[in-house]
Design a protein around this ligand. Sequence first.
Ligand SMILES: *Cc1c(COP(=O)(O)O)cnc(C)c1O
Length: 405
Amino acid sequence: MNATSPDTTAELYASYVLGNYGTPACTLTRGEGAYVWDSEGRRLLDFGSGIAVTAIGHCHPHWVRAVQEQAATLVHVSNLYRHPGQGVLAQRICGYAGPGRVLFCNSGAEGNEALLKLARLHGRATSGEEGKRYKVIVAGHAFHGRTFGAMAATPQEKIQGGFRPMLDGFAVATYNDLASFEALVDDATAAILVEAIQGEGGVNAATPEFLQGLRALCDKHNLLLLMDEVQCGVGRTGRFFGFEAAGIVPDAFSLAKGLGGGVPIGAVWMREALGALFHPGSHGTTYGGNPLVCAAANAVLDVIESEDLLAQVQSQSKIWIEQLRGLERQFPALVQEVRGRGYLVGLALKVDHLPLVNLLRDKGMLVIPTAGQVIRLLPPLTATLEELSRSVELLAEALSAYQPA
Ligand SMILES: *Cc1c(COP(=O)(O)O)cnc(C)c1O
């Protein structure tokens, strides 16, 4: 049996892999930089980056070396023991965020679960009683993950449907509408949780005034401002964190996706004083921040720093977004607007976006569909200006070929 032949892979998926992702579009077998190859040998420009995960592209030589060396040295130890990589990575995250404490986990949802647990601990500490102050205000169209807490914080029917009753203690306000958050604050409120840019929700960016207003609201009522940086963090917007554009610092935030460059790692940073709320034994996870994933994440940060990628994303994204705006003028019947920041960009269409995703794949480019007829473009932070411009050419070709249903 040849387990690597494309037909076999499709058959194995059809017979044995859970259908929760629908039928995958193609079989991918190799990646290098901004490109992946499918099982028929076709090269595709990967502007989905595994949903903002392969932040430094596929198989970056520095990352590969670091992971290979770590795999041959020490892959896993439990958190009953120290290992060098985790200490260094925690220090580096604090270097970007400010003095604080870092908890490692394995995914975005799991990071957000820790944020929700932090909110409960904060509520207990500030009310003197468990179960009195526990409510978290979230935003409409938010996405925080699929586990029970994160799902309850994700007010979307397509996420929650079928799994009710939800975990108690969430109130839903309107994104970018400060007054709607203020109106929901009561004695039971412990925290506010938002994204700086809603990636899954359709690439909606928070205004600086909105985030500054939330910061002031949280300070006024002693609420925690929690930010989900799972998608917009680790350089994606041209700054290390998405919230930096508003000039604020949250009380705690989650990271995942781009942090490991492809291996499963999540992290939660909280300001120093909050760290004491997690006493020994109060939280944990077996794999969290093990030597292999910390080596990978440290290698991602090495590359972001040594290749000056934040500055590169800032300067190149200005040119790229301007090129993308040309599509608004070129295809006024199809393209509504280009939005987002850095390398987290949405092309909002006036028509169904799924046929365009398929057309683009046929023409040699992978993109990610998201809510509200939006095509999400998430190039690796290492993308060259040539690759960015190529994506605009391919979009123009696909839009030209688009046949309205
Ligand atoms: C992807 C995502 C999550 C969930 O992360 P997983 O690793 O899939 O659990 C949470 N929040 C945001 C903003 C995300 O984009």
